[in-house]
Design a protein around this ligand. Structure first.
Ligand SMILES: Nc1ncnc2c1ncn2[C@@H]1O[C@H](COP(=O)(O)OP(=O)(O)OP(=O)(O)O)[C@@H](O)[C@H]1O
Ligand SMILES: [Mg+2]
Length: 405
């Protein structure tokens, strides 16, 4: 089986997917804007061949050069697990006659207003919203929707340019700050917890489900650099407070007609226990959530996804054994990373439950958590008991410090 794999070098997680596809017997043909020499050795090892394209923006040119490059070979799958190139993937499928998500089916995964329109039509609970291209449309939308509200880019990522507005004064500021964004979504603000619903699908069937719980909400984490954000991949998806999200997620996947690969949905659980849709990507989650699934199941979801895409099934046992917390650290202080405070104590106390400690090395410059989700490192803590997992995650948040000086 020949797989055309878009952007094998970026984001970071893609390299593990290239291995997954290679592992299930596919020949992986990578296409990306990274020069061949700049590709990670691990990625290169997994690729049968690689085509460097000049830039992703010129989609017509990419389609033309890929078409010329693969001439004489049958391409069986076009795999895209990175959101910005989803449309390109659809265009390549069309040009090469490969089954999978079409351009029309991809639009609701990239355009937040189109996404919510399809789901509202299917009778699913989404925040009330309006798409706006100028300030007067924003003010009119705010009038209709009321406060608190959210203003965010129609095609956003990483909570960038996203603001909660509790009143007119806050909206006035947000309108100024989002002037460079061509199109925004103004939405009813949904109170409550925020969680994910992630799947691996084949032929539209859901073969694996994951729910991760963000602590705190990503927007709060982004705006408060002192917080060590957590996401907890939950072991038990059957409790009523999680099941509502899975039920919503299954309907969302059906309504959008997703076919093969990973999906990543975000949803809110209101104080009344209702599940409200947030957004969905037809791609793998970032923020090390796939790793969290792996540590939760003692399995390889990168390979499981590849098997689902190539062979329509998953043969690994994906039963969840642990709750798995991922905690991101952000350095405190100015200068270069000087020391880790509390690491020995942490490992003495919980070490047997902590399979990963990956912090920015001593001597390096701290990373900007608004640019790099992982910030100054990620730590994994897992346990079959949820309360114990949360206790460890909070301890990592408060008692481990990455200090710059
Ligand atoms: N209607 C809403 N009600 C409450 N909070 C919201 C709403 N919309 C967005 N948020 C907050 O803002 C964050 C970013 O919004 P959203 O997930 O839509 O955008 P994104 O930038 O595409 O995120 P991602 O990084 O997941 O791609 C959400 O995770 C949530 O915390
Ligand atoms: Mg989001």
């Amino acid at each position: 089986m020949n797989v055309l794999f878009l952007s094998p070098g970026f984001p970071e997680e893609m390299k593990y997917f290239t291995h997954g596809f290679e592992h299930v017997g596919a020949r992986v043909f990578g296409v990306g804007d990274t020069p061949r020499a700049g590709l990670d050795a691990y990625v290169k090892h997994n690729l049968a061949d690689y085509l460097q394209i000049a830039n992703w923006q010129d989609e017509q040119e990419v389609v033309r050069s890929v078409h010329a490059w693969v001439r004489g070979k049958t391409i069986d799958r076009v795999v895209c697990l990175w959101e910005p190139v989803m449309f390109l993937a659809a265009k390549l499928r069309e040009a090469l006659g490969v089954p999978g998500l079409s351009l029309e089916q991809s639009i609701p995964f990239r355009d937040k207003a189109a996404m919510k329109a399809v789901l509202a039509k299917a009778g699913l609970r989404t925040p009330r919203d309006a798409r706006c291209t100028n300030a007067s449309e924003v003010w009119a939308a705010a009038e209709r929707i009321g406060y608190p509200l959210i203003i965010k880019p129609i095609a956003g990522a990483g909570s960038a340019d996203t603001y909660r507005c509790d009143d007119k004064a806050a909206l006035e500021r947000a309108v100024q700050m989002t002037r460079h964004v061509p199109e925004v979504s103004v939405e009813e603000y949904i109170e409550g917890e925020e969680l994910t619903y992630d799947t691996v699908c084949a032929g539209g069937r859901i073969l694996f489900e994951n729910v991760s719980w963000y602590r705190p909400k990503p927007l709060v984490a982004r705006l408060n650099p002192w917080i060590s954000p957590q996401s907890i991949a939950l072991k038990n998806l059957d409790g009523p407070e999680v099941r509502v999200g899975c039920e919503l997620g299954r309907k969302v996947i059906a309504a959008l007609g997703f076919q093969d690969g990973m999906t990543h949905m975000e949803w809110f659980r209101t104080p009344k226990g209702e599940a409200v849709f947030g957004e969905i990507g037809g791609r793998a989650p970032g923020g090390r959530i796939v790793h969290a699934m792996n540590y939760s199941c003692d399995a390889d979801l990168f390979a499981a996804t590849a098997e689902a895409v190539c062979h329509g099934k998953i043969s690994q046992n994906l039963a969840k054994r642990h709750n798995c917390a991922i905690v991101f650290k952000r350095a405190v202080g100015n200068g270069r990373i000087a020391r880790y405070e509390g690491l020995e104590n942490l490992l003495r106390r919980y070490g047997e439950h902590i399979p990963v400690v990956d912090l920015t090395p001593i001597g390096q410059t701290p990373r900007d958590p608004r640019q790099v989700v992982v910030g100054d490192g990620w730590i994994v803590a897992r346990h079959p008991d949820l309360a114990t997992t949360l206790e460890m995650a909070d301890f990592i948040g408060t008692d481990l410090r990455v200090v710059a000086a």
